[in-house]
Design a protein around this ligand. Structure first.
Ligand code: HEM
Length: 493
């Protein structure tokens, strides 16, 4: 007869045996926190989840370490040299994204961000080529960004120096740039449709990179039925995709394909051109996902960088003054300086890069998947392993930056005040999956930042000495909501 005691002892032995087998099988992987049954080693993130968590793990376990999300091994590369070795030297080994249940729910393996193989290659190549076509010269997207910057300056001017949360104003401008790129039109701030789109992007990103995403990947059959940010994110994605679908239907109804003006136009033309090509992946479904990807990847990233930019200018008034003086000395009252002129303002350029470095807006890189067996820094990484390159750790690497924890524009200047590149400056990632919106984002940051600083001096509201520089910790790491005063300057908009 089995007694309760023997049953418990039996169960315990199975658990211990399982634990020991796990420990044994983990031996071939890089070091990392203790791997527990069921949960793996991500318990470490539950007890310490901050912007520094991943760098603390690297300090304890080395530049290549492992985190187990349940039974799924996730290898993390930390520090500039290791990040570069993996993403640049072994670029083609790490060109896939893992197909986890959550990513699948968000993309159905379509579009650019989460797709792989032939679909990814074709959609990415088309995306880069089309952005180039749309961005060339003053008539292209840069002109649209300048128009948007004028609107933004006006919106700040309307507040008349009173404390204002800049997030909403910046989000509108940046989202409208992506609208101009994809739909060829901007929306007014109060447009209900536009507000819904903007909120859907925020909700989608808030549900990504959270504990709910990890739980969804571990127990999809349960999480699919439970409410939470993961379900809201999936619903938000559905909204974005149907928003884009409506626009596609309108274009199809009007059939204006001969003179493409925006991303959707170019794509529809491409579908038409490749109708007889059996290897073509151009389709309405991929188009919806690609446009959705541009919104998701291109709005909160740039907006968050700009919210940090204004906050840091208010907290470092001497740096702000130097930027304003340089813009005034070099461009005077000219309205027509463009991104191409950034070389003439090395200090301003250095400050923008330093903002991106000092308060990086991604907690960690987007996950990738190893497509072939490979050795990185002496560690064997088997094909199919999920890996993450910690780009934040490269931006804060003490081997590459003089004062990594300080806001110091000199990181990008030589002793004569000339702009200098730093190879560890990788805010847009590196290798096969490097950001395709880098050029667009750089133009936006330059135009919005210079136009705002020319028109206003940013300062904390009365009674506030310094605005908090602590970030919100999720996949994107913006500042906590804050208020700021935009005091008009004489030179005006
Ligand atoms: C300050 C702004 C931005 C930052 C810091 C940023 C950063 C990044 C990073 C780190 C990645 C992942 C790269 C990797 O896996 O190695 C990425 C991917 C991507 N970004 Fe950006 N990004 C920004 C703006 C934009 C904009 C404006 C767009 C487009 C409108 C965009 C579109 C994309 C796309 C489509 C991908 C996926 C690429 C792929 O998987 O092949 N990003 N971005």
């Amino acid at each position: 007869m089995w007694t309760a005691g023997t049953l418990i002892a039996g169960l315990l032995s199975v658990v211990i045996l399982h634990f020991l087998i796990q420990l044994w099988s983990s031996k071939k992987y890089p070091p990392g926190p203790l791997r527990l049954p069921l949960l793996g080693s991500i318990w470490r993130l539950f007890i310490d989840f901050s912007q520094d968590s991943f760098m603390k793990l690297a300090k304890q376990y080395g530049k290549v370490y492992i985190l187990w999300a349940g039974n799924l091994p996730v290898v993390v590369f930390s520090g500039f040299e290791t990040v570069k070795e993996a993403t640049v030297n072994y670029s083609e080994y790490f060109d896939e994204r893992p197909q986890t249940p959550f990513f699948e729910a968000l993309s159905e393996k379509k579009g650019i961000i989460f797709s792989n193989g032939h679909i990814w290659k074709q959609q990415r190549k088309f995306g880069i080529a089309t952005m180039r076509k749309l961005g060339l010269g003053k008539k292209g997207i840069e002109h649209k960004i300048e128009e948007e910057a004028l609107q933004l300056v006006q919106s700040f001017a309307d507040v008349k120096g009173q404390p204002v949360d800049p997030l909403l104003l910046l989000t509108n401008s940046v989202t409208n740039v992506i609208c101009a790129l994809t739909f060829g039109q901007r929306f007014s701030i109060g447009d209900e449709h536009f507000l819904k789109l903007r909120n859907a992007i925020v909700v989608l990103l808030q549900g990504t990179g959270t504990i709910f995403q990890i739980l969804y990947d571990l127990f999809p059959w349960i999480m699919k039925h439970l409410p939470g940010p993961h379900k809201e994110a999936i619903a938000a994605r559905d909204f974005i995709v149907s928003f884009v679908m409506e626009e596609i239907q309108k274009r199809k109804a009007h059939q204006i394909l001969h003179d493409p003006q925006d991303y959707i136009d170019y794509y529809l033309l491409q579908i038409e051109r490749s109708k007889r090509d059996p290897s073509s992946t151009y389709s309405d479904r991929n188009l919806m996902q690609c446009v959705g990807d541009l919104f998701v990847a291109g709005t909160e990233t740039t907006t968050s960088t700009l919210t940090w930019a204004l906050l840091l200018m208010a907290n470092y008034p001497d740096i702000q003054k130097k930027v304003q003086k340089e813009i005034e000395d070099v461009f005077g009252s000219s309205q027509s300086f463009s991104y191409q002129d950034r070389k003439d303002v090395p200090y301003t350029n250095a400050v923008i890069c330093e903002i991106q470095r000092y308060r990086y807006i991604l907690l960690i890189g987007l996950p990738r998947q190893c497509s072939k067996d490979v050795n990185v820094s002496g560690f064997f990484i088997p094909k199919g392993t999920t890996v993450i390159a910690d780009f934040r750790s490269a931006l804060l690497d003490p081997q590459k930056w003089e004062t990594p924890q300080e806001f110091n524009p000199n990181h990008f200047l030589d002793k004569d005040g000339h702009f200098v590149e730093n190879e560890a400056f990788l805010p847009f990632g590196a290798g096969a999956r490097v950001c395709i919106g880098e050029q667009l984002a750089r133009i936006e940051l330059f135009i919005f930042f210079t136009r705002l600083l020319r028109s206003f001096t940013f300062q904390p509201p009365e009674g506030v000495k310094k605005i908090s520089e602590e970030p919100q910790v999720r996949l994107v790491t913006p500042p906590h909501p804050y208020k700021i005063c935009a005091i008009p300057r004489n030179s005006g908009p």
